[in-house]
Design a protein around this ligand. Structure first.
Ligand SMILES: Cc1cc2nc3c(=O)[nH]c(=O)nc-3n(C[C@H](O)[C@H](O)[C@H](O)COP(=O)(O)OP(=O)(O)OC[C@H]3O[C@@H](n4cnc5c(N)ncnc54)[C@H](O)[C@@H]3O)c2cc1C
Length: 505
């Protein structure tokens, strides 16, 4: 992949920075997005040199970071899997199955040779004179500093900090005598047999973890401040069951089920806007028969927001509800007053005993992998920037980022964005351009700027906590980041690359 001979040059102070060579394309992140990007790049431009850098010691991103018991997708894998690679398993998959699927893509595309693990990108500086990015990297194993240069930067870094999970501050944690842990850092050898466990949180992680550990633990309590929406579909879609005897080719099954799930998601998204009360009632009522007789659904399972303003947590085959029915798990909806020596005291005065507390409290959002960007010597302040179609940023040349959907499968957008990046690279080649930079046209200069995520539309905690550090969107295309696959699957493939908002040089 490298084209220049590595040299070692002194950097600031006495530290040595090793020159790691030049590539045509540098991909940051070896998760679902980065592996997808590499597939598209290899397919369309087999002659371009590239490298994939990841701070972690293995592939998979999210699915490598999260290895707690029961970790699984919320989405069906026919849409969470790539468009180009059939999924052969049940609709909802365990983290390990997703990693195995990604391994197959890596093998089939022969990508291992291009991935550098334990390479954290810390800074990227664009030089218009040289038409290239200089990318500073620190190795996680040796601490050594490296410097790559690249003609194009493809940021596939995901949306949260993998090294520092979000944990609110609570009173009394220092006197708690049990263990406190976060699902993002699950110890491989933890034995939960006979333990009393409190899981703080109400999202998909809590819903997934609780049934998986309830079997062994003495008891699991889900402690939530406020309820979330849940939906309990079968692990395998009924259409897959119907089609199974026909023994169809994998590619057909993938495409048929993918279309079926896409239709379902579109219906869900539309209904959440057009008939939110009906959808709310449907979700609540579908839980009722799965819960114990007399269960207080109003208190524990009736959210205060509109469905789809946050992700709906999937409970395949209703396993969380089964744990509640069987008395292995219970729910407390209240606020934490303080940790005590032996548990957690909530505002009602109740003390929940605990040997282990799991803080399923979510993420710290990170903007473009916390990389410090400069353009021609000027540091980039993202809060003053505007997105171009949710994949580039005004004033940042030769840089695309991949951001999936929150409400639909992340990967549906990965495929769409990666198609567009590849189309852009081809377009540059046809024009003989070495630089493309999203630029506000005169008529865009005074446009009304909106937050990156409109809270009325999507207001998950990790997004709301970080709006102040995020770039913005405008009030018109292409300065928008759409959250709906139904719109984007029409718009992105036809996006005009010569509408005046992309300046080529
Ligand atoms: C437990 C869990 C379950 C989920 N389930 C679903 C689901 O069912 N459906 C769905 O659509 N979404 C789901 N998500 C969201 C999920 O994050 C995305 O689906 C998807 O995995 C994101 O992939 P990615 O490659 O874009 O980013 P990530 O998976 O976050 O991977 C990014 C990679 O980039 C690396 N990186 C970041 N910054 C740097 C840097 N500066 N230098 C070097 N490397 C860097 C990271 O180390 C990481 O390995 C889930 C998330 C979690 C946590």
């Amino acid at each position: 992949m490298t084209t220049t001979a590595p040299t070692t040059a002194p950097a600031q102070g006495t530290e040595e920075v090793q020159d790691a060579g030049h590539v045509d394309v540098l991909i940051v992140g070896a998760g679902v997005s980065g592996i997808g990007a590499a597939h598209h790049l290899r397919g369309q431009f087999p002659d371009r040199t590239f490298v994939i850098l990841d701070a972690q010691d293995n592939r998979g991103g999210t699915w490598w970071t999260h290895r707690y018991p029961g970790v699984r997708s919320d989405s069906d894998l026919f849409t969470y899997g790539y468009r180009f690679k059939p999924w052969r398993g049940p609709s909802i998959a365990a983290g390990e199955q997703i990693l195995a699927y990604l391994d197959e893509v890596i093998d089939e595309d022969d990508l291992s040779q291009y991935i550098r693990y334990l390479h954290r990108v810390t800074a990227a500086s664009w030089s218009t004179g040289d038409r290239r990015w200089t990318v500073e990297v620190t190795r996680g194993d040796t601490g050594q500093r490296l410097r790559f240069t690249a003609s194009f930067l493809w940021m596939c870094q995901g949306y949260y900090n993998h090294a520092k999970p979000y944990r609110p501050q609570w009173e009394g944690t220092d006197r708690f005598q049990g263990l406190i842990l976060h699902p993002q850092r699950w110890p491989g050898d933890l034995d939960l047999a006979g333990k009393r466990i409190v899981v703080i949180g109400s999202g998909a992680t809590a819903a997934t973890l609780i049934p998986a550990i309830a079997e062994k633990a003495e008891h699991v309590t889900m402690l939530q401040r406020s309820p979330s929406y849940y939906y309990a579909p079968p692990t395998t879609h009924e259409l897959a069951v119907t089609l199974a005897p026909l023994d169809l080719p994998d590619e057909w099954m993938h495409e048929i089920l993918r279309r079926q799930y896409i239709l379902q998601y579109h219906w869900l998204a539309r209904t959440s806007f057009e008939a939110p009360d009906e959808l709310h009632a449907f979700l609540i009522e579908s839980m009722r028969p799965l819960l114990p007789e007399g269960f207080d659904i109003d208190k524990h399972f009736t959210p205060r927001y509109r469905p789809w303003q946050q992700r709906i947590a999937v409970v395949p085959d209703g396993d969380l509800f089964a744990a509640l029915r069987e008395g292995k798990a219970s729910i407390v909806t209240d606020t934490i007053e303080t940790f005590t020596e032996h548990g957690i005291k909530v505002s009602s005065g109740e003390e929940i005993p605990a040997d282990v507390v799991v803080t399923a409290t979510g993420f710290n959002l990170s903007v473009l992998g916390d990389v410090a960007f400069t353009v021609d010597g000027e540091p980039v302040d993202f809060t003053q920037r505007v997105t171009w179609r949710g994949m580039m940023i005004n004033g940042l040349p030769n840089m695309a980022y991949v951001f999936g959907y929150f409400r639909h499968s992340w990967t549906l957008r990965v495929d769409l964005v990666n198609d567009l990046v590849v189309r852009l690279l081809s377009h540059m080649q046809d024009k003989g351009a070495t630089m493309v930079v999203p630029t506000l046209r005169p008529e865009d200069q005074d446009m009304h700027l909106r937050p990156w995520s409109d809270p009325e539309n999507f207001n998950a905690g990790y997004v709301m906590r970080s709006q102040h550090i995020l770039f913005k969107q405008g009030d018109r295309e292409p300065w928008t980041h759409m959250l709906e696959h139904e719109q984007e699957r029409e718009i992105l493939p036809k996006a005009d690359l010569d509408d005046g908002t992309l300046v080529y040089r």
